[in-house]
Design a protein around this ligand. Structure first.
Ligand SMILES: Cc1ncc(COP(=O)(O)O)c(C=O)c1O
Length: 377
């Protein structure tokens, strides 16, 4: 019998991932008592620590306690969950919305609920792991096209006809920061009678004048062939995820999606925090603040070999694992937190620093950070 100690192959040191027992204090990450300025968080609008967001969560925590105690279909449901679903659907321009436990659960459950071994899925090669694994779990035939290569996607759509087909893509790509061409994807979906699923976890709260994300920016919200997935754990500063679509589609998922049916509902305080964050996004200039920071960073960082991106995700490609680890540790010494992102999270030979910008960064933070980055390249 295989001994438990021998279950996993040994990983080279440069591939091992470490948990740092770090704590966060606003925009700082504290490791071993040392404060580092965080350029590696998806809390793009710094709402996870916003006083109004925290007060809203605390108010509900004090009144109703912590856990929801059961799945939503048993006794874990709450009017706050319904309120959040209505507000997200209205804000994003979709008929209906389903809030679920996390982005990972959303994508695993959604694709598994919709697809089976007769379905053909057409997927961008750089899709997030949750979309990759959702497709795998569903048992569907998966055709992966090179990143953003719509000619290749069309070729595959022509080559593999089927009764049920879906195109699946990140909106803003999580490790690259570039954007899918949602309008062209939707055109292809219509022409080849496919459903389009866009995970805009990183576009929500960051892209478009009002932060509504890539799909609203493209003006195709609420389209009958389209489903949008997003998370509450990034720009909304909380935890959880949502799926947006037509009413029959969302009702179908409520009935069939296993990761929704068989999983404990999100705590109400988490939902109260998300609602307060959504209100901040809609009523303040926090999205503009982030977008100004992105523009400022791009202007100041022109000399750096950044990957092409105009979003809050600004990767600096380094190549080898060792180079990326060295860069991360140099920045750590200089007082910045940006861990190295290595395979299998990104393709072999493309280890990088995944720099993320936040509405909470000040211009002087950006200036001194860019100075430190310049010493690396
Ligand atoms: C594009 C994308 N989808 C889904 C997820 C998973 O979301 P969650 O962290 O809520 O499970 C992530 C998380 O990083 C992501 O980047």
């Amino acid at each position: 019998m295989t001994h438990a100690c021998n279950w996993f192959d040994a990983l080279p040191l440069s591939r091992q991932r470490k948990l740092l027992a770090s704590t966060r204090d606003g925009l700082a990450v504290i490791i071993d008592g040392r404060q580092l300025l965080n350029f590696a968080s998806n809390d793009y609008l710094a709402l996870s620590t916003h006083p109004k967001v925290c007060a809203a969560a605390k108010n509900i925590l004090d009144k109703r306690g912590l856990g929801s105690g059961a799945s939503r279909l048993v006794s874990g449901d709450s009017p706050l969950l319904h309120k959040l679903e209505c507000e997200l659907a209205a804000w994003k321009g979709f008929e209906s919305c389903l809030v679920v436990g996390s982005g990972m659960l959303a994508n695993l459950g959604l694709i598994q609920a919709l697809a089976n071994r007769h379905t053909h899925i057409f997927a961008d090669k750089l899709n997030h792991a949750s979309l990759v694994d959702g497709a795998r779990l569903s048992g569907a035939r998966v055709h992966r096209y090179s990143h953003l290569d719509l000619a290749r996607l069309e070729f595959l759509l022509q080559k593999f006809p089927a009764d049920k087909r879906m195109i699946v893509s990140d909106g803003v790509f999580s490790m690259d920061g570039d954007k899918a061409d949602v309008v062209c994807l939707l055109k292809l979906a219509q022409e080849y009678d496919a459903l389009l699923i866009i995970d805009d976890a990183h576009g929500t709260g960051t892209v478009g004048k009002l932060g509504k994300g890539l799909i609203a920016e493209a003006g195709v919200s609420g389209h009958a062939c389209l489903l949008e997935v997003g998370t509450l754990g990034k720009a909304l500063g909380s935890y959880g995820a949502y799926i947006l679509g037509s009413s029959p589609m969302i009702e179908g998922l409520r009935q069939r999606m296993r990761t929704f049916i068989f999983s404990t509902a999100l705590p109400e305080c988490v939902i109260a925090g998300a609602l307060a964050a959504l209100a901040e996004i809609q009523t303040t200039h926090v999205v503009n603040q982030l977008q100004d920071n992105i523009t400022y960073f791009l202007e100041q960082a022109k000399a750096l070999p950044l990957m092409p991106s105009v979003t809050a995700i600004q990767p600096l490609l380094l190549g080898s694992d060792e180079e990326a680890l060295y860069a991360a540790s140099y920045l750590h010494e200089q007082g910045y937190f940006v861990p190295a992102i290595r395979p299998p999270t990104v393709p072999e030979g493309t280890a990088r620093l995944r720099i993320t910008l936040s509405a909470g960064h000040h211009q002087q933070d950006v200036d001194s950070f860019i100075k430190a980055l310049s010493n690396l390249v």
